[in-house]
Design a protein around this ligand. Structure first.
Ligand SMILES: [Zn+2]
Length: 55
């Protein structure tokens, strides 16, 4: 199944083993975020949490 990352716009072909496959199949309108952007987001979130903790 071909999906487009909502953040970087990269087209990806995900297979049945992909964690988002069922989600995208059930709702093709749902937002897909590629592995790379996911990692970036999680890194950003953990950094934000640290800033809040230290503030
Ligand atoms: Zn992306």
């Amino acid at each position: 199944m071909e999906v487009r990352c909502a953040i970087c716009g990269k087209l990806e072909n995900i297979g049945k083993v992909h964690k988002d496959y069922k989600k995208m199949l059930a709702n093709p309108q749902s937002v897909y975020i590629c592995e790379m952007c996911n990692t970036k987001l999680q890194y950003q979130a953990s950094k934000d949490n640290e800033i809040k903790k230290n503030a």
